[in-house]
Design a binder for this molecule. Structure first.
Ligand SMILES: CC(C)(COP(=O)(O)OP(=O)(O)OC[C@H]1O[C@@H](n2cnc3c(N)ncnc32)[C@H](O)[C@@H]1OP(=O)(O)O)[C@@H](O)C(=O)NCCC(=O)NCCS
Length: 329
């Protein structure tokens, strides 16, 4: 990768290391060095189990699904298959093929990757397995700014690996109530996406996400219903809805204004009244959060948006109101 700066053993895109707190970089160095000679090894000892570290491919979808069920994540097998389609990673298997732990990365552009799908089966947690796989995916993605959504259980591990807090993601979910957004911005039309809207949708998304996630968007477009917000011939925002977990997930939602984000999300809320909907919101907009709660999607949990490297999310212009999924950002 041409845009790589190696400051000592910290490998990040040029300009990123300066934007990290020095103490976080020190934690990263200590974390990566903890087992430096072993990071590339395909074996590890977990408790009484000798485990092999295998690259993820489609044959591993049932095992990865088994792991996520063990920590009560709601993913269905097709949700896991989608993750394996668009990302790469590892699963640690014991000697009779039972899954012990997993970790994945989802690269976008040349210099950015999202990390996710980190799970260790409950009985074997806190024995270094998650850390081992995290080091491996961080090593694979060296040269990229990294981001992840940390659960309470994962926070300490990511902090010790050098990640720093950016913000809070609120997981809203529940049975949708037919609530209309408070105001319709003048001239705004929410309508199904047409093929000619795609370049605008991709541009909005790249700005809000902080990287061009072509592979991820293409995969989401295949399995999602998509609406755009248009005003005066310009596409100002978009939202997707797809089957996920217990029902359907609204996301990504990208817009520049709260009122537009609410119109986009409201479209799906009205269309699915009484059904289970989820929206992982990544916004400081109290109005958007209040709208979701009023529409029956109360806050079920929160996770922490963390970065290693540059922040990437923009301060102005189109913003991410709803994530594609916590593991996808
Ligand atoms: C987060 C998770 C993947 C970590 O895996 P792991 O194999 O336990 O990781 P490690 O053994 O390398 O532990 C790393 C650190 O996390 C801590 N930790 C592990 N399990 C924990 C738990 N259940 N609660 C709180 N802290 C925990 C460990 O004590 C360790 O900290 P230390 O190095 O300061 O002692 C695992 O706890 C898990 O699967 N949790 C449920 C699913 C989840 O929340 N995944 C994270 C998604 S972002």
């Amino acid at each position: 990768m041409s845009v790589v700066e190696e400051q000592s053993d910290v490998v990040l895109p040029v300009g990123s290391a300066e934007l990290m707190p020095p103490e976080a970089l020190a934690r990263y160095r200590a974390f990566m060095l903890r087992e430096a000679p072993k990071i590339e090894s395909d074996w590890l000892q977990v408790d009484i189990y000798k485990a092999s570290i295998e690259g993820l491919d489609h044959s591993m979808v049932p095992r990865l699904h088994e792991l996520t069920v063990s920590v009560f994540w709601p993913h269905r097998a097709p949700d896991i298959a989608l993750m394996v389609d668009i990302g790469s990673g590892y699963v640690a298997l014991d000697q009779i093929g039972r899954p012990l732990s997993s970790a994945m990365s989802f690269p976008a552009d040349e210099d950015f990757a999202m990390l996710g799908m980190m799970v260790t089966t409950p009985r074997l947690q806190a024995q270094g397995t998650g850390g081992r796989l995290l080091r491996r995916v961080m090593r694979d993605q060296a040269g990229r700014d990294l981001r992840l959504s940390a659960t309470r259980q994962g926070y300490r591990l990511y902090e010790s690996a050098g990640f720093v807090k950016v913000g809070t993601v609120s997981q809203h979910q529940g049975r949708a109530r037919a609530i209309r957004p408070p105001e319709t911005p003048q001239g705004l039309l929410v309508r199904p996406m047409e093929p000619e809207d795609l370049p605008s949708l991709r541009a909005l998304d790249a700005h809000a996400y902080g990287a061009k996630r072509t592979v991820i968007l293409d995969a989401l477009l295949k399995v999602s219903e998509v609406v755009v917000a248009e005003r005066g011939g310009e596409v100002e925002g978009y939202a997707m809805l797809r089957k996920f977990g217990k029902g359907r997930l609204v996301g990504p939602v990208v817009a520049e204004q709260d009122a537009v984000a609410m119109q986009l999300t409201g479209h799906f809320v009205l269309a699915h009244e009484g059904e289970f909907l989820r929206c992982d919101s990544m916004t400081e907009s109290a109005a958007f959060e209040a709208f979701l709660s009023a529409a029956g999607l109360g806050v079920f949990d929160t996770v922490t948006d963390m970065r290693f490297g540059r922040k990437r999310r923009p301060e102005s212009g189109p913003q991410t109101y709803g994530l594609a999924l916590q593991s996808l950002g």
